[in-house]
Write a protein that binds this ligand. Structure first.
Ligand SMILES: [Fe+2]
Ligand SMILES: [Fe+2]
Length: 141
């Protein structure tokens, strides 16, 4: 069973360079995870996957914090609301990881879960930050 790697689409770009860069990096980390899964068995595969999963979690937390700082530094009015959505995602992610077992079905479900919330969140929520900045001629710090 092979999982298809994710592709970056221009529609994911929200025109805030720092944030776009982080979203792209996130996609790359997910692809590294998919590549590990698709590759043939190696002795330390389970260990490497575990480390990569930990990277996904940490990068997600870092990204949310960084994005929240962009909102705060530029007086984005819906900061609290947006932060709440981040917390919900982190809770779900922590729950998934806590219950994660190294089997194919669970891994595929996990990738689907990551793909869904992350890209859904970019195009429905993160875009609002950028729309606000554009509307008020704010060049984000
Ligand atoms: Fe966000
Ligand atoms: Fe984001």
């Amino acid at each position: 069973m092979m999982i298809k790697k994710l592709e970056w689409h221009q529609g994911y770009a929200i025109d805030i360079l720092k944030i776009d860069f982080q979203h792209l990096t996130f996609l790359q980390i997910i692809n590294e995870l998919i590549e590990m899964f698709n590759n043939e068995e190696t002795d330390n595969k389970a260990d490497r996957m575990k480390r990569k999963l930990s990277e996904v979690i940490k990068y997600t937390k870092f990204h949310f914090e960084s994005e929240e700082n962009v909102m705060l530094d530029n007086n984005f009015p819906n900061y609290a609301e947006h932060k709440k959505l981040h917390i919900e995602i982190i809770d779900k992610l922590d729950f998934q990881i806590y219950n994660f077992e190294n089997n194919t079905k669970m891994f595929i479900d996990f990738i689907e879960f990551l793909k869904h919330w992350f890209f859904e969140h970019i195009v429905t929520e993160d875009i609002k930050i950028s729309d606000y900045f554009k509307k008020h001629n704010i060049l984000p710090k």
